[in-house]
Write a protein that binds this ligand. Structure first.
Ligand code: ADP
Ligand code: ASP
Ligand code: MG
Length: 405
C-alpha cells in the first residue's frame, strides 16, 4: 500500500463529465489498495471569472476579500468531486486548506506556507477514506483564509505530499507532461522523460505555466519527486527530480515564453550612490518583483534605469517609484511598454560554450530586435517585442535542435 497524492488542474475538473473521469481515476488508484489524497483546482476559467467580477466592482479590490472570493472556486470542486466518488461507492471526504492545517503567512493573494499540520488527514486515510483537498488555499495564524498565488494548487499538492511523506505525487493536467516548449505555441515541442528541479524552476519562473514556480521551489527544497501527466490518457508523463549527470549532455532542455511582462524605463534619476537602492527598495516594499535590469549612462547628473516587471504590477510599480522620488526634484519619469521574454534553459549550459551566440544569431537572421538580455548559469533570456514572441520561440526551439529530439 502506498500513499499517493494526485492533483487535478482546472481543465481536468472543468465540467461534470470531467469530474466523473477524475473520480474514476481516483477509484482505480484507491481500489488498487492505496491511500489517496486528491488536490483539486477550481474549474478552468472560474478563478479568472471571479477576478473579473471583482474588478468590475472595484479596480483595486481588498486582498482579504479577494481571497474569500477566489477560494470559492476550489470549494465547489472539492464538494463535487467528493459527491462523484460517493456515487461510485468510494468513501471520500472533502477538506479545505485550513481544515488540513495549511498554515501560511498573512500575505493575502500570495501567501507563503509556514507549516502543515495535516489536520485529521492521517486519521481519515487510516479510516479508509479518500481525502479531497482544496488546492490554492490555506489560513493565517489569525484564522484568515489565504491563497498561494495563481496556479497555487500545484504548491498545495507538493506541500501536502511532503508533509504526509507521500510515496508518489502526481500532477494531472491537460498535456502529457513537460515539453521542450509550450506545445500550444511550438507544435514540434517534444515531451521530456525527465527534467531536473532546477530546470523546471527556471522554466516555470520564465513563463511555462505547466507548473507553478513556487511549487517547484518547494519540491526542490523538500526533495519531493513528482510526475506531470495528463488526466485524459494513460501516457507516462515527465518525472521532475534532482539532477543526474547525464542531464548535462543536453545543452538546452527547454524554451519558455512569458508574454505578460512590461519594460519600465525610469529616467532622470539622480546619478549618485543610493539612487538605485532607493528605486529598488521602493519596488520591493510595494511587493513588485523586478527581473532584467539595465542602467544607462547618466547625463547632466541624471541616470536612467530600465527593468522588467509583470504587466499586472505596472500600476503598483509606478506608484511606488513616484512616491519614492517625489521630493528629489530631478523630475524622475516612469514609462512602461509591453515586452515578451523568451528564455532558454538547460543545466548543460554550465559546460557548453557558444549558447548565447547561437541564440542571438537565430534572432538576428530573422530581424528580431533584442531589447534586453539577462543570463544566469543555466538560463539566457531575451526581451523582444510581443508581436514576434511566438515566432521567436519556434525559431529558437528549432535553432537548438529541439524540433528533432
Ligand atoms: P492546470 O489547470 O492543470 O494546472 P495549466 O493550464 O496551469 O494546467 O498548465 C498546463 C498548460 O501549460 C498546458 O496546457 C500548456 O499550454 C502550458 N505549458 C506551457 N509551457 C509548457 C511546457 N513546457 N510543457 C507543457 N505545457 C506547457
Ligand atoms: N484556481 C487557482 C488559479 O486559477 C489555482 C490553480 O488553479 O492552481 O490560479
Ligand atoms: Mg496550473
Amino acid at each position: 500500500m502506498a500513499l499517493i497524492v494526485q492533483k487535478y488542474g482546472g481543465t481536468s475538473v472543468g465540467d461534470v463529465d470531467r469530474i466523473k473521469n477524475v473520480a474514476e481515476r481516483v477509484q482505480e488508484t484507491y481500489e488498487a489498495g492505496n491511500e489517496v489524497v486528491v488536490v483539486v483546482s477550481a474549474r478552468s476559467g472560474v478563478t479568472n471569472d471571479l477576478i473579473s467580477r471583482a474588478k468590475a466592482l472595484n479596480s483595486t479590490p481588498d486582498e482579504r476579500e479577494m481571497d474569500r472570493l477566489l477560494t470559492a472556486g476550489e470549494q465547489e470542486t472539492i464538494a463535487l468531486t467528493t459527491m462523484a466518488l460517493h456515487s461510485l461507492g468510494i468513501p471520500a471526504v472533502s477538506r479545505t486548506g485550513s481544515e488540513a492545517g495549511i498554515l501560511t503567512d498573512p500575505n493575502h493573494t500570495r501567501a507563503r506556507i509556514k507549516e502543515i499540520s495535516g489536520g485529521d488527514l492521517k486519521e481519515q486515510l487510516a479510516a479508509g477514506k479518500v481525502v479531497i483537498l482544496a488546492g490554492f488555499q490555506g489560513h493565517s495564524e489569525s484564522g484568515e483564509v489565504t491563497t498561494l498565488g495563481r496556479g497555487g494548487s500545484d504548491l498545495s499538492a507538493i506541500a501536502i505530499a511532503a508533509a504526509l511523506k507521500a510515496d508518489l505525487c502526481q500532477i494531472f493536467t491537460d498535456v502529457d507532461g513537460v515539453y521542450t516548449a509550450d506545445p500550444r505555441v511550438v507544435s514540434k515541442a517534444k515531451k521530456l522523460q525527465y527534467i531536473s528541479y532546477e530546470e523546471m524552476l527556471e522554466l516555470a519562473s520564465s513563463g511555462s505555466k505547466v507548473m507553478q514556480n513556487r511549487a517547484v521551489e518547494f519540491a526542490q527544497k523538500y526533495n519531493v519527486n513528482f510526475e506531470v501527466r495528463s488526466s485524459f490518457n494513460r501516457n507516462p508523463g515527465t518525472i521532475v527530480k534532482e539532477e543526474v549527470k547525464s542531464m548535462e549532455d543536453v545543452v538546452v532542455s527547454g524554451v519558455a515564453l512569458d508574454n505578460k511582462q512590461a519594460k519600465v524605463v525610469v529616467s532622470n534619476l539622480p546619478d549618485q550612490p543610493g539612487a538605485a537602492a532607493t528605486l529598488f527598495q521602493s519596488l520591493a516594499n510595494a511587493d513588485v518583483s523586478v527581473d532584467m535590469i539595465v542602467q544607462n549612462i547618466g547625463r547632466e547628473g541624471k541616470a536612467n534605469m530600465t527593468f522588467t516587471v509583470a504587466r499586472d504590477d505596472v500600476v503598483r510599480a509606478e506608484k511606488a517609484v513616484q512616491s519614492a522620488f517625489s521630493d528629489v526634484g530631478t523630475g524622475t519619469e516612469f514609462e512602461s511598454s509591453e515586452i515578451a521574454i523568451v528564455s532558454i534553459v538547460g543545466v548543460g549550459m554550465r559546460t557548453h560554450s557558444g549558447v548565447a551566440a547561437t541564440l542571438f544569431d537565430a534572432l538576428a537572421n530573422t530581424g528580431i530586435n533584442i531589447q534586453l538580455v539577462s543570463t544566469s548559469e543555466i538560463k539566457i533570456s531575451v526581451g523582444i517585442h510581443p508581436e514576434s514572441a511566438e515566432d521567436a520561440t519556434r525559431l529558437i526551439h528549432s535553432a537548438f535542435g529541439l524540433d528533432t529530439v
